[in-house]
Design a protein around this ligand. Structure first.
Ligand code: PXP
Length: 238
């Protein structure tokens, strides 16, 4: 059975827009757990644009499920991860100017650096996942790095507009998963997955976990709107 890891970064995006204390991603994480999710993901970015250090610390203490920390393979982030000890660290590429993670980590192009990062995290007892494109050279390099797990970047599949493009990206993902499983890697998938495009991936039994953020938070805002307005009306009407 597949599991679901919920990324609550965008609850923090809304909070940071006002630089106040709500909405709190820790509360959102607790509600996601009550709904039955299997893990919570947060991306502590170098620029701290959404998730803050405090969030990761409080989540580590309060989560009943697993904490997956997405992070760049930098000395600062590795120190933080080794101190906080999430259940999993997912190494991702990070650029200040990007709106969100734009593509997979180039493991093949920086294998010595990734190898050292994986070793440091594993020495602190943290399982390591590498967020990569479904390309054979990246999967081979991920395996060689000693990481236990990969997360296949589904962004190109999710962004495809034409059916033929989506089919091509789907085939790449399916082949990548097969290759990764053949070398013994655990496989998660994520990025851009929503209530429509996730359905096509569900029959792929080798996928362990779906990592989903934006579409769940976007839907939560809309399905919660009526209730939020009614509650304020009740107050105003005394
Ligand atoms: N997986 C990784 C590695 C990511 O960087 C992100 C975005 O933070 C996600 C999954 C979730 O993507 P989305 O918010 O598009 O569902």
């Amino acid at each position: 059975m597949h599991t679901l890891a919920v990324n609550v970064d965008h609850i923090a995006t809304v909070r940071q827009a006002r630089q106040i204390s709500e909405p709190d991603p820790v509360t959102a994480a607790a509600l996601a757990e009550l709904a039955g999710c299997h893990a919570i993901i947060v991306h502590l970015r170098e620029d701290r644009r959404h998730i803050q250090d405090r969030d990761v610390e409080v989540l580590r203490k309060t989560l009943k499920t697993r904490l997956n920390l997405e992070m760049a393979a930098t000395a600062e982030m590795i120190d933080i991860a080794c101190r906080i000890r999430p259940d999993m660290a997912c190494l991702v590429p990070e650029k200040r100017e990007e709106l969100t993670t734009e593509g997979g980590l180039d493991v093949a192009g920086q294998s010595a650096h990734i190898f050292r990062s994986v070793q440091a995290l594993q020495a602190a007892g943290i399982m390591v996942s590498l967020f990569i494109d479904a390309a054979e050279d990246q999967i081979t390099a991920a395996h060689a790095s000693g990481a236990e797990c990969i997360e296949i970047h589904t962004g190109h599949y999710a962004d495809a507009v034409r059916q033929s493009d989506q089919d091509r990206e789907f085939d790449k993902i399916a082949e990548g998963i097969e290759h990764a499983r053949a070398v013994g890697l655990r496989v998660n998938v994520g990025h851009g997955l929503n209530y429509h495009n996730t359905q096509r991936l569900v029959p792929i039994a080798a996928i362990e976990e779906f990592s989903i953020g934006h579409s769940i938070i976007a839907r939560a805002v809309l399905v919660g709107m009526e209730r939020a307005v009614r509650e304020m009306l009740d107050i105003i009407r005394g």
